[in-house]
Design a protein around this ligand. Sequence first.
Ligand SMILES: C[S@@+](CC[C@H](N)C(=O)[O-])C[C@H]1O[C@@H](n2cnc3c(N)ncnc32)[C@H](O)[C@@H]1O
Length: 223
Amino acid sequence: MSTRPDTFRTFGRAKGRTLTASQEAVMAEHWPRLSIAPGEPLPPAPLWLEIGYGMGSHVLHLARSHPDTNIIGAEPFLNGTAKVVRGATDEGLSNLRLFRGDVRNFLAEVPDASFGRIYILFPDPWPKARHNKRRLIRTAFIHELSRVMKQGGRLTFASDIPHYVDWALTRFRSHQRNHPGAGFAMSERDPKQPPDGWPGTKYEAKARREGRTPYWFEFVREG
Ligand SMILES: C[S@@+](CC[C@H](N)C(=O)[O-])C[C@H]1O[C@@H](n2cnc3c(N)ncnc32)[C@H](O)[C@@H]1O
């Protein structure tokens, strides 16, 4: 395993149950059209990115409710990917592309100032201290987000784990201090209120069932 902190694996599993024959068929037919590879030309602006869409309810909601915006979803989990491919196909969504894998590999090939919005909704919490290093929100990653985000672009981050919230806010603030004019300024809002039109996500529902409170934060890319 690599010892570079920014290369620790940040996700749990990349595959669950074997895909059904019908999921396999949908993937075989539609994946080539829906997928996007690192370095491929990006769809035109307005362009938004959702990182770690899980089973995909929010990324499908974004594509459905913003038909004139191009949406990219990045997620390593095959079963979630297959679900989104089926949803996008059933609904005839033509503004959604998917990268399957670690978003850091995708972002490495993305030109500066590409995205108007980025969503990171309930990233894996890695609550044990010895696993904290696997958290997606790290200083180097925030720096990469600030590079690919347009000036004035909006980043939404959600978590239900107070320790992760503190961890993330500390890193966003310190990045902002160290990169004047190119950081993320936190917007004033009630973090317990979901963003307008929030459709809910599978992970959020589980967090609530288990008695945890979700928090949402919005940041504006300075510049
Ligand atoms: C706790 S789940 C939340 C899923 C979804 N956002 C929701 O709210 O239901 C976190 C998701 O982030 C994905 N993830 C973790 N690290 C990632 C990475 N480096 N690139 C892309 N996705 C990642 C995981 O595979 C997982 O599906």
